[in-house]
Design a protein around this ligand. Structure first.
Ligand SMILES: [Zn+2]
Length: 139
């Protein structure tokens, strides 16, 4: 017997999108209010703690804090890949929501074809930011 996926109604989809936006806004408000450099309740990177190396996400909370305070260059210094990824996700998310609300056809939010290139770029970024010649990429 073939399983039938649950029907997602438009109202449920809107509710989900609104809850996602509310959760992201709440997280942004916490990061805006509490500087990650001076408050210890933020989770620390376990990869960095164990190896002393920077992962692709290291510095992302500080970059978000800088972005939220309008310090774009500091955000790039903290995590350039994260800033560009956030910008791309925000643009994609905005386009996705606009298309959906206008009733226009929409593709996937994050096409699977983007996954491998993004993973490759993240790996290259992780390697480069741990090399002395590219220390400007370290947070
Ligand atoms: Zn990390």
């Amino acid at each position: 017997m073939k399983a039938v996926p649950p029907k997602i109604t438009r109202a449920r989809e809107r509710f989900t999108v609104l809850m996602l936006i509310a959760a992201l806004a709440g997280l942004a408000a916490v990061v805006f209010r509490f500087n990650p450099a001076t408050h210890a309740f933020y989770p620390i990177c376990q990869f960095h703690r164990l190896t002393g190396l920077n992962c692709p996400g290291c510095g992302m909370t500080r970059a978000l804090f800088a972005l939220l305070h309008g310090e774009f260059l500091q955000a790039l210094r903290d995590n350039a890949l994260g800033v560009f990824t956030l910008a791309a996700l925000a643009l994609r998310g905005g386009r996705f929501v606009c298309n959906r609300s206008a009733g226009r056809p929409n593709g996937e939010f994050f096409p699977a074809a983007f996954l491998w290139p993004l993973l490759f770029v993240a790996c290259v970024f992780a390697v480069l930011r741990n090399l002395p010649a590219f220390s400007f990429l370290s947070p």
